[in-house]
Design a protein around this ligand. Structure first.
Ligand code: NAD
Ligand code: GLY
Length: 377
């Protein structure tokens, strides 16, 4: 089955629809970015669905906001809906089973398609259900948070959390289409918007110095939800991510750079209890820690560390880890991170803004000592 995103089939007029392609041979797909993409006469068409049945998976917060609109856009397609409880604490096996239950009870077959309507939690868990139901069915991402539009809906990482580690159970399974309606960002609360900005800033830090420069001046507009600025941030983020994913779909090398700040961040999220620190908040602090450790190693100039910290502060993001976390706790959580290879901790570090690299075999004794000192200040 193929899915064709046709941005010209609209009965609405959209001057600002952008398409970003993720080039992965037979697994290639498009990301459509624009305002008011959902609803009747939506400016995309999902062609060749044929007789495919759709199951829209969403949650109790997003459903009252956008389910009806999405259903209007899918008029003519046979679809059911499943509304899950909302929260990172539900990104687990129990909730995943609710999706399998619905699929089996309603006799969905291998030609069916899941549609994930919501943030990264809904996208990850629905994607994992799609990866595993009857050994794999199609799915479409309709991300409604900034974080999901710039990161989690793109690239095919799907999964759930385990009590012992974040995102530890999962699969690579690419969506067939991503529909990022930036108008949905209007209903996000400020805290969630800021958490999404952390992942946007990440792309600048990894390998896009001009984008980091743009963000330095555009942050106030982004925080005020200027739709043009937000759409641009989503587009550049998706382009940056698509390029990395196209080069290294399964994280054999370069894709690990997308985990900048995540080894520290996942430790914070897991240690503090899923949902207490938002993923983006933990990643923001994690990126500051990665930058500060890079500076400690003599790799990153003080001026860059200051710029990075200032950017997080301007975005209203935390730069300090939770006071109750000790260096030993950090190290224990980081030891089960997926970046650990052959028992050796790997970290994404910085040689400059726009110049991230993977540090293999980190000196754990040095890191523990440094963390102890950093946390004590
Ligand atoms: P989330 O899915 O929990 O959404 C945040 C909150 O916003 C939720 O309460 C949600 O119901 C609500 N919400 C969603 N859309 C809304 C809207 N338009 N208006 C109002 N409220 C809305 O969190 P998130 O930040 O979107 O995603 C975080 C998750 O994504 C984490 O589990 C993280 O591990 C995962 N993630 C995955 C990848 C990947 O590559 N697969 C990348 C980054 C993060
Ligand atoms: N968010 C990291 C990745 O998609 O690889």
């Amino acid at each position: 089955m193929t899915f064709i995103a046709d941005a010209n089939s609209s009965s609405k007029t959209h001057s600002t629809i952008k398409m970003v392609d993720v080039s992965l041979a037979e697994r290639s797909y498009s990301i459509i970015i624009g305002s008011d993409l959902l609803g009747k006469g939506a400016s995309y068409s999902v062609a060749d669905l044929g007789k495919s049945r759709l199951l829209i998976v969403t949650n109790s917060t997003v459903a009252p906001l956008y389910l009806e609109k999405l259903q209007q856009g899918l008029e003519g397609y046979s679809h059911d809906t499943l509304i899950l409880p909302d929260g990172e604490q539900y990104k687990n096996g129990e909730t995943l089973n609710l999706i399998y239950d619905a699929l089996l009870q309603k006799r969905f077959d291998r030609g069916s398609t899941l549609v994930a309507l919501g943030g990264g939690v809904i996208g990850d868990i629905t994607g994992y259900a799609a990866a595993t139901y009857q050994r794999g069915i199609d799915f479409i991402q309709v991300p409604t948070t900034l974080l999901a539009q710039v990161d989690s809906s793109v690239g095919g990482k799907t999964g759930i959390n385990h009590p012992l580690g974040k995102n530890m159970i999962g699969a690579f399974h690419q969506p067939k289409l991503v529909i990022a309606d930036t108008a949905t960002l209007n209903s996000l609360d400020d805290r969630q918007l800021r958490a999404g900005l952390a992942e946007v800033i990440k792309y600048g830090l990894i390998d896009d110095l001009p984008f980091f420069g743009w963000l330095e001046s555009a942050l106030p507009q982004l925080l005020q939800r200027d739709m043009t600025a937000l759409a641009y941030a989503v587009e550049v983020s998706c382009k940056d991510k698509a390029a990395v994913v196209a080069a290294d779909e399964r994280e054999a090398g370069k894709r690990a750079l997308l985990n900048l700040g995540h080894t520290f961040g996942h430790a914070i999220e897991t240690a503090m209890g899923y949902g207490n620190w938002l993923h983006g908040e933990a990643v923001a602090t994690g990126m500051v820690l990665a930058a500060a450790y890079s500076h400690h190693l003599g790799l990153l100039p003080q001026s860059d560390l200051q710029k990075i910290t200032a950017m997080m502060v301007a975005a209203g993001l935390a730069t300090q880890p939770p006071a109750e976390l000790t260096a030993d706790q950090f190290m224990a959580h980081m030891a089960v991170d997926k970046k650990v290879k052959a028992g050796r901790l790997r970290l994404v570090l910085l040689k400059g803004i726009g110049h991230a690299f993977v540090a293999e075999a980190v000196d754990e004794a040095d890191l523990r000592r440094w963390l102890g000192g950093y946390l004590a200040v």
